[in-house]
Design a protein around this ligand. Structure first.
Ligand SMILES: [Zn+2]
Ligand SMILES: [Zn+2]
Length: 342
């Protein structure tokens, strides 16, 4: 089969490799669609030891497809079924899994290899984090469950309730998923971005208000919209020290700061310690997803109530993947569907 292999930063190649055979409790999936993701672009630019491990590595982690064959022991799925799977599954037996923190599972292995004709789902993912897709849900739409589940996780971890005042910093794909996850909780957040076009999209999708950081100081703007107090909760979805600082500054006393955007390794962010202590702020990071969030994401996407319009800019074939990453490495804010059979 043809598969895109990652050999290191700026070095991915389409190669001919053997089709894997499913062993005990494993599923062989024929990829229907894979999606390019900002994390893959990050790996392409600068490497990503957590995501990719030893090299050369299979590449691509958002996907859906059809069961091609199943190993012994698999009873829930049969060849021909349309399914989506998460890119990991918890072990359910480690220190973190015992504490309902299974996104931090000590045995979490991230699955890659979606930019290929076939992908082998290991036993733990096949058993714990694979789901059938409705006839009416396209592979591309189902594959959005992975990024969307991270946003649902963040909103749940922040304990958002209807009526809360919330700001989101960022106007990219993850900010858009945060907006959808917040709308599902009955909240219309203030959204802060830079260029007008994505902000207009967020307004059309139901953002409460949008603020362009190019026109006004976002901290001032949020404060003036909240009687000087700041918002109950902020989601930082950019991953830069500057926006982490802004997030902390625009939260009200007693409020919550969800640091959702991952910063580059080695980044340090100075914090106004006085404000955090006397204003009793809660600052916390959120990473990855849990099976229940993945399932919620798929369910919401399957209803058709979540707008996915414009999220996926088009489709490419496997042979186009290396050139696509090379060309777009600095504009990773849109997704494309990789369709192996084109
Ligand atoms: Zn992703
Ligand atoms: Zn575990």
């Amino acid at each position: 089969m043809r598969a895109v292999m990652y050999h290191g930063p700026k070095n991915i190649r389409l190669e001919e490799v053997p089709v894997p055979k499913p062993g005990l409790n494993e599923i062989l999936l024929r990829i229907g669609a894979a999606l390019t993701c900002g994390t893959d672009f990050k790996a392409f630019r600068q490497g990503h030891p957590v995501l990719l491990g030893s090299l050369p590595a299979p590449f691509g982690h958002e996907f859906a497809g059809t069961v091609a064959s199943v190993g012994e022991g698999v009873t829930r799925f049969k060849p021909g079924m349309r399914v989506v799977a998460a890119n990991s599954a918890p072990c359910d037996g480690c220190f973190h899994c015992d504490r309902d923190e299974n996104q931090l599972c000590e045995n979490l292995k991230l699955l890659n290899g979606a930019y290929a004709e076939y992908l082998l789902l290991p036993a733990n993912i096949a058993a714990r984090n694979t789901y059938a897709i409705d006839e009416g849900t396209a592979f591309e739409t189902a594959a959005l469950s992975e990024p969307f589940s991270c946003a649902i996780h963040a909103v749940d971890a922040t304990g958002i309730r209807k009526g809360d005042s919330v700001a989101v910093i960022g106007a990219g794909i993850m900010a858009r998923f945060l907006l959808e996850a917040l709308k599902a909780k009955g909240v219309r957040p203030l959204m802060i971005g830079r260029s007008p076009e994505p902000l207009a999209t967020l307004t059309a999708l139901g953002a409460g208000e949008t603020i362009s950081a190019l026109d006004r100081d976002p901290v001032e703007a949020v404060r003036s919209l909240t009687a000087g107090r700041g918002v109950d909760a902020v989601f930082e979805a950019v991953g830069k020290a500057e926006t982490w600082k802004q997030a902390i500054s625009m939260t009200r006393k007693g409020g919550k700061v969800c640091l959702f955007g991952g910063c580059k390794q080695g980044t340090e962010v100075p914090v106004d310690a006085h404000r955090v202590h006397y204003g009793q702020l809660s600052l916390f990071g959120v990473f990855h997803h849990k099976p229940r969030y993945f399932e919620t994401a798929l369910r919401l996407l399957s209803t058709g109530l979540i707008s996915t319009e414009g999220l996926i800019e088009g489709s490419i074939g496997l042979a186009d993947v290396p050139g696509y990453f090379e060309e777009r490495q600095h504009r990773s804010n849109l997704k494309s569907a990789v369709l192996p059979r084109t």
